[in-house]
Design a binder for this molecule. Structure first.
Ligand code: SF4
Length: 226
């Protein structure tokens, strides 16, 4: 299978009953407010080229961001911060990401998440994270030949990703702890970076500044040869 085929398969997934109900309910209720666009209301696949050497792993799509637009981090405040930073460090073709078809290109970078459906209160259940894990395993398998660096946004993503990485790369024991700016090298080939999540709780309070985000992204890009 290719990444494009994987993305299509993910968009059709209905494995988690609670999340299927939630994503569709949000779409039904909000569709009128966004009448001039097609409200997605489905699982949101990753974005970015199949030969990416850098992966960015978040948490899950936002109810009115990715769940609405069908593209990760697109159409919400978290995405505004992330795409501006990606553009600033040369990983994106434009500083904004408003809708699918806005011409955005990512350079050598793939953005994905351990949970592909918007969860209520942005909190997936452990069972939902586990149910979604095979999609991330498959995606990283496809990226593996070129993958050199991964930036994880937030502790949830970190916890979700480590068991996935451990299937392929030597993850140290005890497991490395999440922290902003932490860099862990797995088997001398994959550089794993921790970064505070780009959520408004972090960006509005100054816990994560644009400079801090750019710093982690540019360190990871350098490791990824970008
Ligand atoms: Fe499928 Fe993942 Fe969505 Fe669950 S969260 S329905 S496993 S895509």
């Amino acid at each position: 299978a290719t990444i494009a085929e994987l993305d299509e398969a993910i968009a059709d997934c209905r494995r988690c009953p609670r999340l299927v109900a939630w994503r569709e309910e949000v779409a039904r209720k909000k569709r009128a407010a966004f009448a001039d666009e097609t409200y997605w209301g489905r699982p949101v696949p990753g974005i970015g080229p199949a030969d990416a050497s850098l992966a960015i792993v978040g948490l899950a799509p936002a109810a009115h961001g990715g769940n609405r637009t069908g593209r990760m981090f697109t159409g919400d405040r978290s995405g505004d911060v992330l795409f501006q930073a990606l553009y600033d460090v040369g990983l994106a073709s434009q500083p904004t990401s408003t809708h699918r078809g806005d011409g955005l290109e990512l350079y050598g970078t793939r953005i994905t998440a351990p949970v592909h459906c918007a969860p209520p209160a942005n909190k997936p259940l452990p069972a939902e994270r586990d149910a979604c894990r095979p999609w991330l395993v498959r995606e990283l398998e496809l990226l593996r030949p070129r993958l050199k660096a991964v930036v994880v946004l937030g502790a949830f993503g970190w916890q979700a990703l480590l068991p996935v990485l451990a299937q392929t790369w030597p993850v140290p024991r005890p497991a490395p702890k999440f922290g902003h700016g932490v860099e862990v090298v797995l088997g001398e080939e994959l550089h794993l970076f921790g970064c505070y999540h780009v959520s408004q709780q972090n960006t509005f309070t100054g816990r994560l500044t644009p400079e801090m985000l750019r710093d982690v992204l540019s360190r990871a890009a350098a490791r990824a040869g970008l």
